[in-house]
Design a binder for this molecule. Structure first.
Ligand code: PLP
Length: 468
């Protein structure tokens, strides 16, 4: 492809992106595709001879958009959002054009130094004290894995990477049932083993970990010769938004010298609003915190920020220095690949820089406050309907509900989610609360308006009544 063609296609693709965004309200949110529909339209093998871009692009338009679930649809209320504000998309176009691999300072000084700056902007925006340094990871799962590896290494006096775990007492990590499954995976991958992830019961309206039960579990493990290493707490768990009492959990963890990692992958974005910070009161006591600006804040996927009180411990756990990665003459400079599991890294800081500068923190706060207010309002309206019940009250913009109807409540509510998603105006997902199916609702899409919430209310109530 020569420069003229590259220029023409870059412009055409940018135009297509804008048209696509403008078309979203006319599209069903969840893909209507059946398994295999897309694969059938794609050749079995790569062509031997090159094809014109025009042909490839026509196939793209024919096959792909209708085969997508539209995450940027303003009425996406499923899972958690994966927002991509236009300003961050534009930044990512630049990142794609530059195509730098930013593993070391010297492989992309601008990326490294901008990362240090924008992550500190976020630290200030979230109200975290000076002393937390941060790094952008590809996902919260990777950040949590890194944190679990640090807990393990600290507890094993930095011998685990070298010796493995077999010669040591079992390493123990504590978390409630409400943490995301990325914690389970981190425990598997780190070799700690699922049996050594100790589940601490929860209590209270926020379904938070019981600190007394945590204390008792650690004491019991010590008495049995096991090796308590760390606690993974959550602020805004995936299922129903559970929040552990971080201040009390930190007190217990630190009394035993344990490492505390807090997963605020979704709820962390809301902490730019001071009034929501009560949900993670005591966060200063964490050793590591992860939150995903790619969820609620508007930074295009992927963008996960991990704050660390002692980054040198993570570097000690993860850094490795073969000659081919040494940066002679640049000792003491940050090489962010030493803070993370993958070596290669995208230039992720640019989209945060564009996003925060274009919207300003106040613009982003307004968006989050609207989502919370609209979600609370919707929960109230559903609660006032005789055939709906609120199962878990809103935590920020997430709540769960159930429709009363049918003999088998689980089957009825699963059928309702399916029917709502087939309707296409909105997209929801389900969860289990105390063993029973509940329907999750979260408001968080960057472009949604209050009118979209009206459509949500109308769709939920109309479809539920049509099922009877
Ligand atoms: N933690 C929480 C609370 C989540 O909700 C999720 C995903 O939704 C994750 C972690 C995993 O995030 P990631 O996809 O960035 O690994």
């Amino acid at each position: 492809m020569d420069s003229d063609e590259f220029r023409m296609w870059s412009r055409r693709v940018a135009d297509w992106g804008v048209d696509y965004r403008e078309s979203l309200r006319e599209r069903p949110v969840r893909a209507r595709t059946k398994p295999g529909d897309i694969a059938r339209q794609i050749a079995d093998s790569a062509p031997e001879a090159g094809e014109p871009m025009e042909v490839i692009f026509a196939d793209f338009e024919r096959i792909v958009p209708d085969g997508l679930t539209h995450w940027q649809h303003p009425r996406f209320f499923a899972y958690f959002p994966a927002n991509a504000a236009p300003a961050s998309v534009v930044a990512d176009y630049l990142v794609t054009a530059i195509a730098a691999q930013c593993m070391l300072w010297q492989t992309s000084p601008a990326a490294t130094e901008m990362e240090t700056r924008v992550v500190d902007w976020l630290r200030q925006a979230l109200g975290l004290p000076v002393g937390f340094a941060g790094v952008i990871q590809d996902s919260a799962s990777t950040a949590t894995l890194a944190a679990v590896l640090v807990m393990r290494e600290r507890a094993l006096k930095w011998a685990g990477n070298r010796e493995g775990l077999s010669a040591h007492p079992a390493v123990r990590v504590y978390a409630s049932e409400q943490v995301h499954t990325s914690v389970d995976r981190a425990i598997w991958i780190s070799g700690i083993g699922a049996d050594n992830l100790v589940r601490i019961p929860t209590k209270g309206p926020l379904h938070g970990m019981d600190p007394e039960a945590l204390d008792a579990a650690i004491r019991a493990d010590l008495a049995n010769g096991l090796l308590p290493a760390g606690v993974v707490a959550c602020t805004g768990g995936t299922s129903i938004g559970a929040c552990d009492p971080i201040d009390r959990v930190a007190e217990v963890a630190h009394a035993y010298g344990l490492y505390l990692h807090v997963d605020a992958a979704w709820a962390g974005s809301a902490m730019i609003c001071p009034e929501f910070r009560t949900l993670w009161e005591g966060i200063d006591g964490a050793d590591s915190i992860v939150f995903n600006p790619h969820k609620w804040l508007g930074a295009q996927f992927d963008c996960s920020v991990q704050f660390l009180k002692h980054p040198e411990e993570q570097v000690r756990t993860l850094a490795i220095h073969p000659e081919y990665l040494k940066t002679h003459g640049h000792d003491g400079i940050i090489n962010y690949s030493e803070w993370s599991v993958p070596l290669g890294r995208r230039f992720r800081a640019l989209k945060l820089w564009f996003l925060m500068r274009h919207h300003g923190l106040e613009g982003l706060r307004t968006m989050i406050r609207n989502h919370v207010a609209w979600s609370v309002e919707l929960a109230g309206r559903l609660a006032a309907e005789p055939d709906f019940e609120i199962v878990t009250e809103p935590v920020l913009s997430l709540f769960s509900f159930r429709h009363r109807g049918g003999e088998d409540a689980d089957r009825h509510n699963l059928a309702l989610v399916q029917a709502i998603n087939d309707d296409g105006r909105i997209y929801l997902t389900q969860t289990r609360v105390a063993g029973a199916i509940a329907i999750r609702f979260q408001a968080g899409q960057f472009d949604m308006t209050r009118d979209d919430m009206e459509v949500a209310f109308a769709t939920i109530t109309e479809v539920a009544r049509s099922l009877k």
